[in-house]
Design a protein around this ligand. Structure first.
Ligand SMILES: Nc1nc2c(ncn2[C@@H]2O[C@H](COP(=O)(O)OP(=O)(O)O)[C@@H](O)[C@H]2O)c(=O)[nH]1
Ligand SMILES: [Mg+2]
Length: 407
């Protein structure tokens, strides 16, 4: 039976015209609608993007045939689900610009990529302006507030019920709040930790001020739905100073300079066989100079000089990797059924890669593959070292493991 694979969801958010749809199109290589007008994206777009890791095939000297992922030149691309949420404008949490509907799309996404116009070429509502006019730091503050206020409002609406359950029905506040947050994918541990940290665990819900509630929501959200910043339009000269300032002003955030248009151009050129380029590469190679029009050649050279040489890459792949491996702290593991041939029952070599939270144990991995495999778990084998791993051993990134189970 093939392993069931549910891709991690990543929300792509930001005000209109910052490049979300371009980013999404580049990351998924689907031709989504791209236009410089607010609200061109009405329905949220969903598509498959990828994180990139070094595959283990070369290390083991095997030729793999992946099933749930792709291996190109020794790089493994593992699918994740991207959700392109239409432009969020200030006041979205109150319903401005269909904001509530868009925000609801993000409920289950455990991490967000906030696409920011680092060139400052769009005002607070996303209308085009002269580069350098808008301070993108404001956009970072605005979006955090929108997300917090949206959750705050949803929780506030149910607060009478929370009061009744805790103060009249005698339920534990931790259980009640955990249940309220279950739709957002927040763990009990996070709720408990924030309640204690803010000294709210023993305060009666009827005595919580709006400020208590807002602080609580903010602290839970920071832990449960982290945001990474794609400092987009990094190809525009005005972006450089802004990016430096963002890094200084938000030391707790990961800020990745990106150029979504450049990534889209490179992927299209690669797709039509003009260049050799893998998402995330620091450079590309022209396959046949003669096939390029002079305009194409110029555009590619521009991308090389202004983006790749300056920033090291277009940043699109990097920010996705940062969301999954940095902000969410996940690790990639390769489960196999035959520890010598590194294959599954059908002989597929290194067929699957699973993204799991750091700290996932060998037994938890078994459960993740099949409930039965978890129930009958005996031990796991680290294929690299041939060592036996006990049930509670946490798995390392790029581990290749065989699960041994009772039949
Ligand atoms: N210079 C530059 N322009 C970009 C970049 N990404 C997107 N744009 C442009 O910004 C405008 C809005 O892009 P779009 O993807 O529709 O933005 P959205 O409203 O956030 O989805 C379009 O004209 C894009 O070509 C980028 O990295 N650099
Ligand atoms: Mg769009």
């Amino acid at each position: 039976m093939p392993i069931q694979y549910v891709p991690v969801q990543v929300g792509v958010v930001g005000k209109p015209n910052v490049g979300k749809t371009t980013f999404f199109a580049a990351a998924t290589l689907i031709d989504a609608k791209i236009a410089p007008y607010p609200f061109t994206t009405i329905e949220p777009n969903r598509g498959i993007g990828y994180v990139r890791i070094e595959c283990v095939c070369r290390e083991f000297g095997v030729r793999d045939n992946p099933r749930n992922s792709i291996c190109i030149d020794g790089w493994r691309f593992i699918p994740i689900e991207l959700i392109d949420v239409a432009g969020l404008v200030p006041g979205a949490w109150e319903g401005r610009g269909l904001g509530n509907r868009f925000l609801d799309e993000l409920r289950r996404a455990p991490v967000l990529i906030h696409v920011v116009d680092a060139a400052g070429a769009t005002d607070e509502e996303g209308r085009p302006t002269k580069p350098g006019t808008r301070d993108p730091c404001e956009d970072i503050r605005f979006l955090e507030k929108e997300v917090d206020m949206w959750i705050f409002q949803n929780l506030k609406r149910e607060w009478d019920r929370v009061v009744r359950l805790v103060e009249m029905a005698g339920k534990d506040i931790l259980d009640v709040l955990y249940e309220r947050f279950s739709g957002y994918g927040v763990s009990r541990g996070v709720i408990e930790c924030v309640l204690n940290e803010l000294d709210l665990a023993r305060k009666k819900p009827s005595r919580w001020s709006d400020n208590d509630l807002l602080n609580f929501v903010h602290e839970v959200r920071v832990r449960a739905k982290p945001i990474v910043i794609a400092a987009n339009k990094a190809d525009i000269p005005e972006a450089e100073d802004n990016i430096k300032r963002m890094v200084r002003e938000f030391p707790h955030l990961k800020i990745v300079p990106t150029s979504a248009v450049a990534e889209l151009a490179l992927r299209k050129a690669a797709k039509s066989g003009l260049i050799k380029y893998l998402p995330g590469d620091p450079d590309f190679e022209v396959i046949d100079e003669k096939r390029l029009t002079s305009q194409q050649a110029k555009a590619l050279e521009y991308i090389r000089e202004r983006i790749l040489k300056k920033w090291g890459s277009t940043g699109v792949q990097q920010v996705i990797n940062e969301a999954i491996f940095g902000a969410l702290g996940m690790v990639a593991v390769f489960p196999v059924e035959d520890e010598n041939k590194l294959c599954d029952k059908d002989g597929n070599v290194l067929p699957d890669v699973l993204l799991v939270p750091k700290g996932t144990t060998a037994r938890e991995l078994a459960y993740r593959i099949h409930t039965e495999l978890g129930e009958n778990f005996i031990c796991a084998i680290d294929v690299r070292t041939k060592q036996r791993l006990g049930a509670d051993t946490p798995l390392e990134n790029r581990a290749v493991v065989k699960i041994v189970a009772r039949r």
